[in-house]
Write a protein that binds this ligand. Structure first.
Ligand code: SAH
Length: 244
């Protein structure tokens, strides 16, 4: 394990929260059910945006139990997943063993580190960086955004997804998902940490990243899946390219 000098941008309570939920990562009806429902939609969005995942070198920042990382590896990408929750990484590694026989090229590699520390060691090495549903869990999202920019090659692609800071997001993500539907444990999200697209775009503008696309991701109760829409009121994704 490398000695991480960027632990200042880690909220230990968040890491403990995710560690305590780690055994649920691959339970399709468990605490991470929304991420499983969302995954096919974001995976396709990423694959189309980078014109194919096969052979792409990707780092998934805040990978958790590997839902996205593993699905990208299954489509032929060379994926490294990083996270600060050891228990989640262990689950990710175990699950990758189960699906190893279906891997087109190789199973993902998982490492316990922060985006900032990993970027110091691996600057400019990746074709694609994904950082999904993670920025709303760190003390300083701008520092993670800068690290994601550092990790990607010039001309490479970075994806972010997070939750908007609106009353609708409060109602759906906290009141609805945590208290009414009980889809995710109470306290999974904190309204104060939600991020407006304008804030995220401001932080992106301070780097060499240029935003190419901003889209909403909306739950459709009739189909029990997520669709890409123009409505960024609650969940949204961004696609960026590194200039230079
Ligand atoms: N990106 C995954 C998991 C999202 S949950 C997905 O969308 O499927 C948020 C994840 O971010 C958790 O696994 C948590 O442990 C991780 N995380 C939170 N703060 C972090 C930090 N500072 N560095 C790395 N990972 C972090």
């Amino acid at each position: 394990m490398q000695n991480d000098t960027f632990e200042g941008n880690v909220d230990q309570q968040e890491i403990e929260k995710f560690s305590a939920m780690a055994e649920q990562w691959w339970d399709l009806e468990g605490d991470f059910k929304p991420l499983h429902l969302l995954n096919p939609t974001r995976l396709d969005y990423i694959e189309v945006g980078v014109e194919g995942l096969f052979g792409k070198k990707i780092v998934d920042v805040g990978c958790g139990g590997g839902i996205l990382a593993e699905s990208m590896a299954l489509r032929g990408a060379e994926v490294t997943g990083i996270d600060m929750a050891h228990a989640s990484l262990q689950i990710a590694r175990l699950h990758a063993l189960e699906t190893a026989s279906e891997m087109t090229l190789q199973k993902p590699n998982y490492e316990k580190t922060t985006a900032e520390s990993f970027a110091q060691a691996h600057a400019g090495e990746f074709d694609v960086v994904t950082c999904m549903e993670m920025l709303e869990h760190v003390p300083n999202p701008a520092s993670v955004i800068q690290a994601c920019c550092d990790l990607v090659k010039p001309g490479g692609t970075v994806y972010f997804s997070t939750i908007n800071k609106t009353w609708k997001a409060y109602l759906m993500m906290i009141v609805g998902a945590e208290h009414v539907l009980k889809w995710v444990p109470k306290g999974t999200h904190e309204y104060e940490k939600f991020i407006r697209p304008s804030q995220l775009l401001g932080a992106i503008d301070a780097t060499q990243l240029k935003c190419d696309d901003l889209c909403g991701v909306e739950y459709s109760p009739f189909n029990n899946d997520f669709k890409i829409t123009k409505n960024v009121d609650v969940n949204y994704m961004l696609k960026c390219t590194k200039v230079g």
